[in-house]
Design a protein around this ligand. Structure first.
Ligand SMILES: Cc1cc2nc3c(=O)[nH]c(=O)nc-3n(C[C@H](O)[C@H](O)[C@H](O)COP(=O)(O)OP(=O)(O)OC[C@H]3O[C@@H](n4cnc5c(N)ncnc54)[C@H](O)[C@@H]3O)c2cc1C
Length: 406
């Protein structure tokens, strides 16, 4: 009888969980999911952690999610020996025939100078644990009309600001970022979201946090903002290097993402795939963004590519169409943005109905992993070939010459 093909998946986020659940459906695969904490943190709904009435779960145990055919190991992967094809974990070593790295991302770290400060304001990162701790302080902070400053102008910062403004109207909330909120999504999205935030009493200041935050948040422009809490939501960084750093010199972008081939494989290591926020793939107009909407298609694609390899077929290039974004901005209101695509103009709509769409999408993300595992459902996404890629080289996703060395 044929030996089963050993696949090790590192990281139990959306990408790792979906890939494991999809591979687990194949009887020829022996799938092990290494997931620190043993839970899937529902990051796309993390802003609800700060709401007055938390609704729905923000973390799900992985074993029931990915099904009994996948072995979930609650451990940290610490390194990979690519020659011996072995992953070292905090629970011991695991051999593999194919490896799928889905270690995701973390919020950009708070600079040491800010983290070390004992005096007000307290600095909070946009993680599950830190936001839960901030939530505990909110009733008291709200009672004394405290001031929260949010550093960042992207989706995470906007969703957190919107939740605070809507659910805690006594708080004084200010966002600071070098550009207007959601500036990268275009002027219409930016002005729509600014109007909504203003209606919720959230103010915005153009600026960057200077090194010192004693007695308030000092901006590079010289002003100091009074603050009780500074929430740090200035972007995300990939965690791929934490596990792959010792493996090879791998081409990395400035944000730590590994530039993979168009097939999502590592150059010269066809048995190693990198997906989700850990990977950088060139799209039609630049590198695809970090996001659940990209991470899950990548994961499903890599799972199918591993099955193809096992059957002696060549993995295909990853194909993807951006479905647009939905950003929740307080209460049940949300903003949807679709990019201009094949002659269809970009669309920006903000309303409560869009809020319902956001809720349904968040539910679908988790349900699709569970259903994929049960056999009732096959996860699909809209596909179109990405930008012409330089074969057999990298997917042109390296935007600097940084390399991770031994
Ligand atoms: C507040 C917030 C809101 C967001 N909203 C949206 C949105 O509306 N739409 C959207 O598309 N995207 C959104 N995103 C981005 C989205 O959450 C990420 O793109 C997505 O989580 C990426 O999935 P992933 O599986 O690649 O990584 P992750 O979700 O980061 O999961 C990686 C997992 O791997 C684990 N891990 C890491 N290293 C190791 C290791 N060495 N050993 C074992 N385990 C390890 C981590 O603990 C984690 O559980 C949001 C992000 C945040 C923070």
């Amino acid at each position: 009888m044929d030996k089963r093909f050993r696949v090790v998946v590192v990281g139990g986020g959306y990408a790792g969980a979906l890939a494991a659940a999809r591979l687990g459906r194949n009887a020829a695969m022996e799938v092990t999911l290494i997931a620190a904490g043993g839970q899937l943190v529902h990051r796309v709904r993390l802003y609800r952690e700060l709401s007055l009435r938390p609704d729905g779960r923000l973390a799900f145990p992985l074993q029931p999610l990915v099904g009994p055919r996948v072995r979930v190991v609650d451990a940290w992967a610490t390194s990979v020996d690519v020659d011996a094809r072995r992953v070292q974990t905090s629970q011991g070593a695991l051999p593999y025939d194919a490896l799928l790295v889905a270690t995701g991302s973390v919020g950009r770290a708070v600079p040491d100078e800010l983290a070390a400060t004992d005096s007000a304001p307290t600095v909070v990162e946009a993680t599950h644990a830190s936001l839960a701790e901030l939530r505990r302080q909110l009733p008291e902070l709200s009672a004394r009309c405290g001031r929260v400053v949010i550093a960042g102008g992207g989706t995470t910062a906007v969703e957190l600001a919107g939740t605070l403004g809507h659910d805690w109207p006594r708080l004084r909330v200010t966002m600071i970022s070098p550009q207007a909120p959601l500036a990268s999504a275009g002027p219409t999205a930016s002005s729509t979201v600014l109007k909504r935030l203003q209606r919720l009493g959230v103010t915005w200041q153009c600026g960057r946090v200077a090194e010192s935050i004693e007695q308030g948040v000092r901006l590079t422009e010289g002003d100091t903002l009074e603050a009780d809490v500074l929430v740090w939501a200035t972007g995300m960084e990939s965690r791929a290097a934490s596990v792959l750093a010792n493996a090879l010199p791998i081409p990395c972008r400035g944000d730590g993402r590994v530039a993979v081939l168009a097939t999502l494989q590592l150059p010269d290591r066809p048995e190693v795939f990198v997906v989700g926020d850990a990977a950088a793939v060139q799209g039609q107009s630049g590198c695809l963004p970090m996001g659940c909407k990209v991470a899950m298609p990548m994961a499903a694609h890599a799972a199918d590519a591993i099955v193809a390899m096992r059957s002696g077929r060549q993995p295909e290039a990853f194909a993807y169409v951006d479905p647009g974004s939905v950003v929740a901005v307080g209460g049940s209101w949300a903003l949807t943005m679709s990019g201009a695509d094949e002659g269809v103009p970009a669309l920006t709509v903000g309303s409560r109905a869009v809020g319902l769409v956001k809720w349904l999408l968040c539910w679908y993300v988790v349900a699709s992993i569970r259903l994929q595992a049960t056999g009732w459902f096959w996860y699909r996404w809209r596909r179109r070939p990405l930008a012409p890629v330089r074969e057999p080289g990298l997917a042109a996703a390296v935007d600097d010459d940084r390399r991770v060395h031994q």
